[in-house]
Design a binder for this molecule. Structure first.
Ligand code: ZN
Length: 182
């Protein structure tokens, strides 16, 4: 397995719609395993293939953050077929590092998807799983959680995230120089 590079804003790949998967090939299985490893390493509770610049409908989710065994979900061609209720949750995104904001979403969703063996499933979800499913399925549509915010709040968050990424790269640069003994 290998870690994949998670792209961040303003990478245009984040805005492209993802294509459905027609068949689960060995390559696709390996890609999904790499996605899960990348998600756990980040760490995050969900990752969409669009976030590693692959425009395919592949999502990995583990709302237990790897705490509970067998709680990894790998979803191909996931789509929401039913929804109900409203709820608010403080969301963040691996592609918009260092910031979070409260977003309003459906409190319950029913999602249809294909698993890694090619079997069709119907999943009823609520709580954090329902939120994460909506967030990741949005990625498949080229949509980000900041799109739900007012323009002013969105601009502020984007600015803060850019500053965060700048500081992080500066830190990494200094660390590398220290390692090199300069
Ligand atoms: Zn995200």
């Amino acid at each position: 397995m290998a870690l994949l590079d998670i792209i961040t804003i303003p990478d245009h790949h984040l805005r492209l719609p993802s294509r459905p998967v027609s068949e689960i090939t060995p390559e696709l299985k390996k890609f999904a395993a790499d996605m899960a490893e990348t998600m756990y390493a980040a760490p995050g509770v969900g990752l969409a293939a669009a976030q590693v610049a692959v425009p395919l409908q592949v999502i990995t989710i583990d709302v237990s953050s790897g705490e509970k065994p067998d709680s990894l979900l790998t979803l191909f061609n996931a789509k929401i077929v039913e929804n109900s209720g409203r709820t608010k949750y403080e969301e963040g995104c691996l592609s918009i590092p260092g910031v979070s904001a409260e977003v309003e979403r459906f409190s319950k969703v029913v999602v249809e998807y294909m698993d890694i063996e090619g079997k069709q499933h119907r999943l009823e979800a609520e709580g954090l799983l329902a939120i994460t499913l909506q967030h990741e399925i949005d990625h498949q549509l080229g949509k980000l959680f900041i799109d739900y915010l007012q323009p002013k709040q969105r601009a502020k968050l984007l600015r803060e995230s850019r500053e965060f990424m700048h500081e992080e790269s500066l830190k990494a640069h200094l660390e590398a120089e220290k390692q090199a003994g300069k």
